[in-house]
Design a protein around this ligand. Structure first.
Ligand code: AMP
Length: 214
């Protein structure tokens, strides 16, 4: 199963990917997580990417495509994957098509997570992530059991640097301008399934499963 999850920042791509990993026994490939790992490890790529991420801009296609070409060649991708946050631009989508064609593979579904902008702003400004295991919480919709601490590993929770109001607004603008055309690109290929993603995590999960298994 080769799936793409497309949606605005805070649209629930990461949360839903975690369920799909178990359901289909395929890896989640999140370009955002890969970039943050590079930042944490202080790599030169991480340093370059951080400037764009902190200002709510997309990281240049050349960096993303180089990183993804390597990642998709890894062995754990042989039976498929869930792409979370990639492709985000038309050149990224075209390159993915080119790579897939080269190995005679196809995408199965492109899940489009549809969430209004006002809900995104509420979700992102209340999102907290664990410093230890990366588990994501929402202070309103899915709070941790103990304030400020992760349920799994008891590490501290933090607010992502790009989850501040000005950067959230910028990321939404970038989403509408640069990523929305990618949805059209895939709907022209009849690959998209649009999921109303305003509801609870469980409602969204069952809607996604219904759409990709029917
Ligand atoms: P995310 O964790 O998916 O919200 O991504 C966080 C940030 O990483 C984005 O706001 C971008 O700056 C950058 N990023 C992640 N994926 C991509 C991508 N496919 N293309 C360009 N920039 C990306």
């Amino acid at each position: 199963m080769r799936l793409i999850l497309i949606g605005p920042p805070g649209g629930g791509k990461g949360t839903q990917s975690k369920y799909l990993i178990d359901q289909f026994a395929i890896p989640q490939i999140s370009t955002g997580d890969m970039l943050r790992e590079n930042i944490n490890n202080n790599t030169s790529m991480g340093k370059e990417a951080q400037k764009f991420m902190n200002s709510g801009q997309l990281v240049p296609d050349s960096i993303i495509l180089d990183m993804m070409q390597k990642r998709l060649n890894e062995q754990d991708c042989n039976n498929g994957y869930i792409l979370d946050g990639f492709p985000r631009t038309i050149p990224q989508a075209e390159k993915l098509d080119y790579l897939l064609k080269g190995v005679n593979q196809q995408l199965d579904h492109v899940i489009v997570m549809d969430v209004p902008d006002n809900l995104i702003i509420t979700r992102l400004s209340n999102r907290r992530s664990c410093k230890g295991c990366g588990q994501v919480y929402n202070l309103i919709f899915e709070p941790p059991e103990n304030a400020g601490k992760c349920n799994n590993c008891n590490e501290e929770l933090y607010l992502r640097e790009d989850d501040n109001p000005a950067t959230i607004q910028q990321r939404l603008t970038v989403y509408h301008q640069q990523t929305k055309p990618v949805i059209k690109y895939y709907s022209d290929q009849r690959l998209t399934k649009v999921i109303d993603s305003k509801g609870t995590i469980d409602e969204i999960r069952s809607d996604i499963l219904k759409n990709i298994t029917s």
